[in-house]
Write a protein that binds this ligand. Structure first.
Ligand SMILES: C[S@@+](CC[C@H](N)C(=O)[O-])C[C@H]1O[C@@H](n2cnc3c(N)ncnc32)[C@H](O)[C@@H]1O
Length: 228
């Protein structure tokens, strides 16, 4: 097999140049406090926080504005955010510190790898994926986060009754998500289609960008069925 064929398909492109001194300082000083080290293998999800509480995984928080707001609004839950974007992670670390948000930790890693290797079966009370990169060109569809095997892994990692909340402003990706979720029997859609509203999701930075361009926003809120 060629080296290119060996390379995993990524849902992101690393575009970051050098970080500003402030971003680097936030990572150096605050990641040891509010970040999680993961070098592969199963993550000790019960050891992430001193107390135990239902754990929600947020994939691709961007600059973390919405995730910080969500975590602050739900103190009885724990949140773990996973991102590859270091500058955004620096900003979220500052928000955690300045807001005194004790129920949120961040992890710099490829979320697909973390979900597959690091997150144990039935360990999540919820998973949120807000405005994932839409990869609009057909030849790039394989890079989309939401794929049938990814949804099967999500269904495995959610506890019975756990939720999957996805949102996008890309209509064709929304239809793609809907079709794939309909084919995953362990994910029940109580709305039978797109959710009538965003539930308790606050507006996000990428959502605002889409809305300014005149895009409609689609939310899908599903429940992990209680049978295996
Ligand atoms: C379009 S942005 C949305 C950010 C945020 N959720 C919002 O709504 O404002 C998508 C984010 O997903 C992140 N991302 C894409 N693939 C990822 C992966 N495999 N692992 C972790 N983060 C990823 C990107 O770095 C980017 O910040």
């Amino acid at each position: 097999m060629s080296a290119a064929a060996d390379r995993p398909i990524r849902s992101f492109v690393r575009r970051e140049g050098r970080l500003t001194a402030g971003q680097q300082r936030a990572l150096d000083e605050l990641y040891p406090q509010f970040g999680v080290e993961w070098t592969g293998g199963s993550l000790d999800v019960d050891g992430l926080f001193a107390q135990s509480a239902p754990l929600v995984l947020d994939i691709g928080y961007g600059d973390g504005e919405a995730l910080a707001e969500i975590a602050a609004a739900h103190p009885a839950r724990h949140y773990l955010g996973v991102e590859v974007y270091r500058a955004g992670t620096g900003r979220l670390l500052r928000r955690i510190e300045s807001g005194g948000i004790g129920n949120l930790k961040v992890l710099l890693a490829d979320a697909s790898e973390l979900l597959k290797e690091g997150i144990p079966t039935a360990s999540l009370a919820g998973l949120q994926l807000f405005f994932p990169d839409p990869w609009p060109k057909k030849r790039h569809h394989k890079r989309r986060m939401v794929q049938a095997p990814w949804l099967a892994t999500v269904a495995d990692r959610l506890q019975p009754g756990g939720f999957l909340h996805m949102a996008t402003d890309w209509a064709e990706y929304a239809e793609w998500m809907l079709e794939l979720t309909e084919a995953e029997p362990r994910l029940h859609n109580p709305h039978g289609g797109f959710a009538p509203d965003a539930g308790d999701r606050p507006g996000t930075r990428f959502e605002r960008r889409g809305v300014r361009k005149g895009h409609a926003v689609f939310d899908l809120i599903l429940e992990r069925v209680t049978s295996p």
